[in-house]
Every structure is written in C-alpha cells, then in structure tokens.
Design a protein around this ligand. Sequence first.
Ligand SMILES: Cc1ncc(COP(=O)(O)O)c(C=O)c1O
Length: 457
Amino acid sequence: MENLYKISPYRHMVVGANTKVPIVYGKMTTAINLDNAATTPPLISVMNKINGFMPWYSSVHRGAGYKSIYTSNLYESCRDIVKEFVNADPETYTVIFGKNTTEAINKLSYRLCRASKDSIILSTCIEHHSNDLPWRDKFTVRYVDMDSNGRLDLNDLRRKLRRYKNKVKLVAITGASNVTGYVTPIHKAAKIAHEYGSKIMIDGAQLVPHTPVNMRPDDKNEWIDYLVFSAHKMYAPFGTGVLVGLKETFKKGNPDYCGGGTVRIVTKDKVIWSDPPYKDEAGTPNMIGVLALGESIKTLNTLNMDKIDIYEKKLTHYALSELMKIPEVEIYSSKDMDIDRIGVIPFNINGVSHEVTAAILSNEAGISVRSGCFCAQPYVQRLLGISEKDMRYYMNHPDDVRPGMVRISFGMYNDINEIDILINLIYKIIKNRNMYLNRYYNDKVYYKAVQATKYSI
Ligand SMILES: Cc1ncc(COP(=O)(O)O)c(C=O)c1O
C-alpha cells in the first residue's frame, strides 16, 4: 500500500482525530472512529468559522440592526452554497433547512400527502427507517425489491411503476445504503420514475458526504426532484438537515409546522403564507448549524469531492480485501470490487455476537463501530436471512437480543493504519475467541466495569 494512504491526507483537517480514549487495563489509546455513517467529527475549518462568526451572531430575518442583517445575509448565502454543491437550479429549486434528513423526509411527506390516500409511494426494501416510516401513515407504500446481492432492483422498480401506473406519487429511494454501502444509480432510477410520470426523492444522507451529487445532469429525464441530507454526517454538527426540492411543490398548501417566520399576513381568521423556503422554516432558524454546513461544503469543494470519493473507495477496497482473507468473517455485502459503493462494510465474526464484537473493539482498541440493524431492520433481516416466523418471535419478545451485524464506515480522515489495527484485533479475537467471549459475554461484571470507565471520563 502506498505510503500516502497509511495516514489519511485529510486527517489533520478534522477535530479530535487524535483524541485518546480509555481502554482495558487502565490504558489510553487514540480513538478510531469507524462509525462515520452515523455521524462524523467536525472539520477544523467549520469550528474556526463558527468561532469567527460568533461576535456577529444575531437574529435571522428578525432584526433591523447591522448584525442581524449580516447574520440573515450569511444564512441566505448558505442556501446558494447548497444549491451550487448539488447543482440545483436556483429558479426551479428551493433549499429548506431543518434538523436532519429524518425531518426533511417527514416534511416532504406532509407536503405531498394532500394527494389521495390511495396514492402510492414506491419506497424500497433497502431503506433506512427514516425513508420508510414517514410515508406509511399517509400513503399506500409499496417496496421495490432487491437483487440477489442486496442491491436495488431497477427492473422491479420499472415493474412496480408499470403495475401502479398513474398512482405513484413519488419514488423515494436511498442514494447509498447505510447497511451495505451500495450506491443507487440515481439518474437511471430518476429516468425510469419520470417515464411513468412519478417524481423521485433521493435520500442522500449517505451519498452526499462521500461522492459528488448532481441533481441536474445533461438529460432532463434524469433530474432529481428532491434531495435530502444531514450536515452532521458531513463534518458539520450543530443540527442541520437539508431538503432541496422543486419550488413548485412548496408553493401550494400549508406547512407542516407553522408560526413565526412562515407568514406574510395574519388576521384573526386569515393567513397568507410566505413564499418557499420561508413558509417551511417555522420559528427562529438554526444559524450556527446552517453556517457550519455552508463552511463544510466550501471545504469539501476545495478538497474536491471526486478526490474524496476516490480516496474513500481505496480505503473501502483495502478493508474489504483484508476482511475477505479471514474465513471466520462473514461479510454481508458483495465482494465484487467493481460494485459502486461508499465506505460501509457490514460483517460478523462467526461465533461472536454483533454487540459483543462491538464491545471488544471499543474496549480493547478504542475502535468505534455500530452494531445491530442500523435503523434498517427489514433490510438487515433480509440480508441475515431471518424468517418471518423468527421475526414474529422477536415481535413477541422485543427485549430479547436480536440478530444483527457489525458495521464499519469510513470518512475521509480514516486511513490504512486504522484498518490494520481493526484487522489485527479481529485475528486476535478469532484466535482467543473463548477468552474474549468469557470476558465480554459471560463475565458481565468485567464488561460493565469497562463501560463504567468510559462513562466516567
Ligand atoms: C440512509 C439514511 N437515511 C436517513 C438517515 C437519517 O439521518 P438523520 O438521523 O440525520 O435524520 C440515515 C442515518 O443514518 C441514513 O443512513
């Protein structure tokens, strides 16, 4: 492996890359975060921007003072940064800021639900719960199936669009899976959806932080109608999510939340709503979160999303190829390196439960991973081959430990060094499986003691 990749060229750009955390035997070690699909650390540039701005911080859209006008202008300029980042035409698209991807999808679901209840949303069986549950109570939801690799089946998308012709209000699919990392061919899917008169929404929570996204490629049929994503997964914490969508959609109807900032005129019995996006941003907006996102995008643009994508793919291929060498490791995504994916790999070590593996990685080497079903239970159940009968059992025993997986997921600041530490520990776990099982599974006292050390930092 080239030297360049032993240490990430982006490592020095994030806050906390060298933070020490407590591990077993009272030792400290440098934390390794392989849980970037959940959330990423902030960029140093983001923190500097926020600190530099704080003396100017004031109300957004609510004051006549200099600072307030400055703050409001800065807030608005972040909408332009987002539009440019995803190539959304300012005339036809609006950018609505909210809390996160989940809120953005809920917002769209409320806005679209003025259609009749038997309108269909075509979601897929590989979605995060956030792109499944918000649709269920307002629409009839049908699920596009996956192929034998667990990838979205575009033929089934076409089949279902044909079957429910003229009824499908929206195709709502993920841009990249938070379970397997598979990247959806979003423009192909858009073309198919549009062919059948449907609009398309891409859940970009896992896509936008890792690869360039273009909402308007050359072929108009391939345009993306709605895109949602979260700032906290792209190095900008502070609680901002984005809904980029066709302005037209948000001109009509009432907002899901209303109050200050959403109206032009209010009398005792009449309301004239503001134009989008203001109508959909009730209350004082999250200036710091939006500024953080704007700055993060600026930094990512400077670094170049294509280069970030290439770097993260190299990391992913390296980790995948190392995991594939270990017969005791079961990988739940395709081993084909040519498949387009972001840096997410789901796996288990034979004979060690997902949560015990996660506990060992954290307590023995300071490695953070996610274990369980990653808020995508139906997809994980399918990949693990859990039967409906088994699921009925778990429905009746919701407190039982359920099957799941371990997930590693990369950000641009991760590197080969960290993957090597992970792989070496996996070999150690396999070699000393009984000792580790005893420590972390049977000897709960030991396990709890280690957890307690962590919480007492
Ligand atoms: C694919 C996908 N969609 C939606 C979400 C929800 O994102 P948030 O928790 O920021 O709302 C996540 C979070 O992990 C995700 O991975």
